[in-house]
Design a protein around this ligand. Structure first.
Ligand code: OAD
Length: 227
């Protein structure tokens, strides 16, 4: 089987009703990153940070996978597929994708604020101030904040290096180190980018300037023919 990597960002979940970050009505228009998505924000105001992610967790729980997530999952039957996502939702998994690597964490999990290996499934529940891990420290969202180490980066780079096909869907490629992963593919890798506003400087990519829910099923059909 040929190896396929699908690298996704917030745009793949936009049609499921989950806001992107940098579009005109995006999350970072309404919230300052420094207030809710950094270790400094956490140290300054845990309640605000917890409320921000508790709200987002509720949104994710009530959202459903869209046609793009489903098309990506369907490709698994014909390609050895890895999904590498910057998203913290679980819509790829709920669409049926088996190999999903979350670079920036997972909203439906909490973790210890002193031992990052202590991770707990909390499903759709809120994390409250005073809720602690088994070591007695405050639980925090299982999210990689700005300025924090992206622990899955090397694994993701190794997966990219093996790809015969790379599909990039719904990401502005503005956030590093994640965005740099696309440069790890081999020169022979066939590369596609799906984004309705695709203005990115991405040489060597076939650009599909459509929403993910349209462009991804179309590309799936094409790849199933050529596989
Ligand atoms: P952005 O909000 O930066 O970019 C979203 C991209 O999706 C843009 O290029 C949009 O044009 C595109 N888009 C919008 N609607 C779409 C649709 N229906 N179909 C396809 N594409 C669509 O989101 P990310 O690139 O994912 O990190 O942002 C990267 C990281 O920045 C996030 O993981 C998050 C954020 O800050 C952390 O929180 C650490």
């Amino acid at each position: 089987m040929k190896k396929l990597v699908v690298f996704t960002g917030a745009g793949v979940s936009a049609e499921s009703g989950i806001q992107t970050f940098r579009d005109s009505d995006g999350l970072w228009e309404k919230h300052r990153i420094e207030d809710v998505a950094t270790p400094e924000a956490w140290n300054k105001n845990k309640k605000l940070v917890l409320e921000f992610y508790n709200h987002r967790r509720k949104q994710v729980v009530h959202a459903s996978p869209n046609a793009a997530h489903i098309a990506i999952a369907k490709l698994e039957s014909s390609f050895s597929t890895h999904v590498i996502t910057q998203n913290i939702d679980d819509l790829h998994e709920r669409a049926g994708s088996k190999n999903v690597l979350h670079l920036h964490g997972e909203i439906r999990k909490a973790r210890s604020s002193v031992d990052p290996s202590l991770i707990y499934n909390i499903d759709g529940e809120d994390i409250l101030e005073g809720q602690t891990c088994e070591l007695g420290s405050q639980l925090r969202p299982h999210i990689v904040w700005f300025g924090e180490f992206v622990s899955e980066l090397d694994v993701a780079a190794d997966i990219m290096a093996e790809a015969d096909y790379l599909i990039v869907v719904g990401t502005s490629l503005a956030v590093y180190p994640a965005a740099g992963l696309i440069h790890h593919v081999s020169p022979s890798c066939k590369k596609y980018l799906i984004d309705p506003k695709a203005g990115h400087d991405v040489r060597g990519f076939t650009i599909i300037q459509k929403e993910a829910g349209i462009g991804m099923p179309e590309l799936m059909a094409l790849l199933l023919e050529v596989k």
